[in-house]
Design a protein around this ligand. Structure first.
Ligand code: 5GP
Length: 190
């Protein structure tokens, strides 16, 4: 997705060698047209996989997961990051470290929103160490549903998450791959 790369070049802010701020397009402000384009791209890549449900984590995964689910014509469900007073006790829970918050959070997804018969597409905005994705993979496993693959908007290749998921045999498709962040700015992998 050349347009996405161009937007990242123009609007991304290198916060450190590890962190890229994408508040202008992914994490705070949302560009609906660009987001729908991402959704169409994921829907096209997983068109033959019989997806019945799209799963993500709140909050930054939600717009793109919605766009992919809309294009695939299936429901989208997101894991919440913490228990609230209204948390459904009949839920799957997974404790994960949060990359940006520097704390652990509990992912929570009600059991009624993921079934054994489901063929699930996991979507997220950015992959770093892969903890968020691994938490979702565990929830999908607990539900005995089938994971058809993961669609990630931005893969940071210099962190281990994407590689580890692929080593587990998970099909991971990313729209943009970043090789490094630093004095040379944002270096794309391809
Ligand atoms: P992971 O669990 O793979 O370590 O981190 C994934 C989550 O942390 C993503 O959902 C994303 O929101 C956030 N994250 C990871 N790296 C970055 C980054 O470089 N920039 C921003 N804005 N968020 C990030």
């Amino acid at each position: 997705m050349e347009e996405l790369k161009e937007r990242i070049r123009r609007e991304g802010v290198v916060a450190s060698q590890q962190v890229l701020k994408l508040d202008a397009i992914l994490n705070h402000q949302i560009d609906p047209q660009l987001t729908m384009q991402m959704g169409r791209e994921f829907a096209a890549r997983f068109a033959e996989d019989g997806v019945t449900r799209v799963i993500t984590v709140e909050s930054s995964g939600i717009p793109v997961a919605f766009a992919a689910a809309y294009e695939l014509g299936v429901p989208m469900v997101f894991a919440r990051r913490k228990k609230t007073l209204l948390a459904d006790p009949d839920s799957y829970f997974e404790r994960i470290p949060s990359f940006t918050k520097g704390i652990v959070t509990d992912l929570m997804l009600p059991k009624r929103f993921i079934k054994k018969e489901d063929r699930v597409l996991l979507i997220d905005d950015i992959i770093a160490n892969g903890d968020a994705a691994r938490g979702l993979v565990k929830i999908i496993g607990s539900a005995e549903a089938t994971l058809v693959g993961a669609g990630i908007v931005v893969e940071k290749c210099f962190q281990s998450g994407a590689r580890m998921l692929r080593e587990q045999g998970i099909r991971l498709e990313s729209l943009v791959r970043i090789e490094s962040l630093g004095e040379d700015g944002i270096v794309f992998a391809d």
